[in-house]
Design a protein around this ligand. Structure first.
Ligand code: FAD
Ligand code: FO1
Length: 465
């Protein structure tokens, strides 16, 4: 049906408006304070990138409209969940690139050595910000950090969801039962939120004293396990993330649906470490994927949008996302009923960590994670379910799985990890299956089941000790 020129212009205007300003449904006020004198600060934490970052875009829009200076601040905590040197090195190298990209825009970047719990007052006294903008993160530790800052800041403090395409608070106001319950809600809102991004503007002038960041001192401030060393097969940072994305779009996405569950094929995107540290925007990924042929993208977008954003929903609306108490009632009851079942094999945390079980396939998956810092997605389900089968109790199993996942995975310490482990061990977002020993009605996975799906010998040979 032909549309008139007037309507065409009107449509273009709304499109332009959508990409030029931050949808206010992404913005959540964290205190009742008004704007004060003083600069606007984007407190960068989850979304560690300059491009396609709605929190930074909003902070700049406020700075321009209020005629204030704009700066970015990052608090480097000496430890974070069970992160090791491997993940901090990936993150700090990404932050160095953030610093240089911000410099090109004349936007200062300040690094405080210590978590916001220790350093919020120091930051507030040093800069007396007029407005603070943070990004969104459902994890409990991050909620504590934001609450601490909201308590101490005497200026307006906003949170902007720059991580989800459909903001977590918008997608649903409650804990969703499964992918099929949140999918229609997210899908309906995609046209409103899955847009392009406005470009950041170069800041004309800024009145900040230029402070050179001492990155050596930053590394020395860490109290992490340095024995878990950086990996070489993947490089950190926004620029590298975009290269990996374009390679995936040009060469790999067409085989994704067919080969993504075969751990011997390099069919996955390898975007998760970049998405975890916010070094690339999931919205940018989806915006570019949507331009590809539909049939090749459906499964990938299901993971990237529905599964990924369901994980934030699970962690945001459920304080027990990292424990047995977070499981659905049917799973808790049936796992408890089978708690005393005889375990044919029982392993300690150390035996799991060293890949010293009777099952060579499981050991190979553990070694892939330890050495590569990224276990294949299919193997993660098998890996976690076997920890349930070979641990003294489900509570011990979830603790072991989270500890190992957070210590070795580059993309660990993330809502997707906690939710993936809860799906595997506690049937979260899954349905009840036929009842059996130890698992109760939680979905079971077997070695033979894997043998039927891919060349297990090849995977073991490639990944074993
Ligand atoms: P691709 O297959 O290319 O997927 C692209 C993106 O879609 C991923 O980066 C991720 O953001 C999202 N995605 C894919 N699969 C899932 C899923 N099952 N749930 C939620 N989002 C998904 N993901 C993490 O980011 N960090 C973790 O610590 C983590 N731990 C997991 C633990 C277990 C036990 C399970 C079953 C899954 C876990 N996942 C985790 C989810 C998934 O396995 C990884 O996101 C995926 O393998 C990352 O590799 P990729 O980016 O190459 O994936
Ligand atoms: N976020 C911060 O704001 N400061 C940190 O020092 C910090 C360390 C860190 C180490 C490993 C890791 O995986 C994440 C880390 N994060 C840190 C959080 C990260 O930016 C993400 O916000 C969450 O992990 C994802 O929800």
């Amino acid at each position: 049906m032909k549309i008139s020129n007037k309507e065409k212009i009107k449509k273009q205007d709304t499109e332009k408006k959508k990409t030029n300003s931050v949808n206010e449904k992404r913005i959540h006020s964290l205190n009742k304070e008004n704007f004060k004198e003083g600069p606007v600060f984007y407190w960068m934490s989850r979304d560690q990138r300059v491009d396609d970052n709605w929190a930074l875009i909003y902070a700049q829009q406020l700075a321009i409209s209020e005629k204030k200076d704009l700066a970015v601040v990052f608090f480097l905590s000496p430890f974070f969940a069970d992160a090791s040197f491997r993940q901090y090195d990936f993150m700090i190298k990404g932050l160095k690139e953030v610093e240089s990209k911000l410099k090109e825009l004349n936007i200062p970047f300040f690094l405080f050595l210590g978590s916001p719990i220790e350093k919020a007052n120091f930051f507030l006294n040093k800069f007396s910000p007029g407005i603070i903008v943070s990004d969104f993160d459902p994890l409990k530790i991050k909620r504590e950090w934001r609450e601490e800052m909201a308590k101490k800041a005497k200026c307006s403090f906003f949170e902007v969801d720059a991580h989800n395409i459909v903001p977590c608070r918008e997608a649903s106001s409650k804990k969703e039962y499964a992918a099929y319950t949140i999918r229609p809600k997210i899908t309906k809102m995609l046209p409103e939120f899955l847009t392009d991004f406005p470009k950041l503007k170069k800041q004309r002038k800024n009145n900040f004293q230029n402070e050179k960041i001492d990155w050596e001192k930053a590394y020395k401030s860490l109290s992490v396990d340095f024995s878990v060393t950086p990996v070489k097969w993947i490089k950190p940072g926004e620029t590298e993330a975009k290269k990996i994305l374009s390679n995936f779009l040009n060469k790999k996405i067409k085989n994704y649906s067919k080969e993504r569950n075969d751990p011997n094929k390099e069919a996955q995107s390898n975007l998760s470490p970049y998405l975890h540290f916010g070094q690339i925007s999931a919205q940018r990924v989806a915006f570019l994927v949507k331009r590809k042929k539909k049939e090749n993208c459906k499964d990938f977008l299901e993971e990237l949008i529905i599964r990924k954003e369901l994980s934030d929903n699970y962690c945001f609306y459920n304080d027990h996302y990292d424990s047995f108490d977070g499981f659905p009632r049917w799973a808790k009851d049936s796992l408890t009923k089978h708690k005393k079942d005889k375990r044919e094999y029982l392993y300690s945390g150390k035996e799991f960590e060293n890949g010293e079980t009777h099952d060579e396939l499981w050991n190979a998956a553990q070694m892939e994670m330890v050495k590569k810092g990224k276990m294949h997605g299919y193997m993660r389900m098998y890996w976690a379910k076997k920890i349930l089968e070979w641990s003294k109790s489900p509570k011990e199993a979830i603790k072991t799985a989270i500890y190992l996942n957070d210590k070795y995975e580059l993309d660990g310490r993330d809502s997707r990890g906690y939710t993936g482990i809860a799906w595997s061990i506690g049937g979260v977002h899954d349905r009840a299956w036929g009842e059996r020993l130890i698992f109760g009605k939680v979905r079971y996975m077997s070695y033979n089941g894997s043998k039927g799906k891919f060349n297990v010998e090849k995977y073991i040979k490639e990944n074993k000790h």
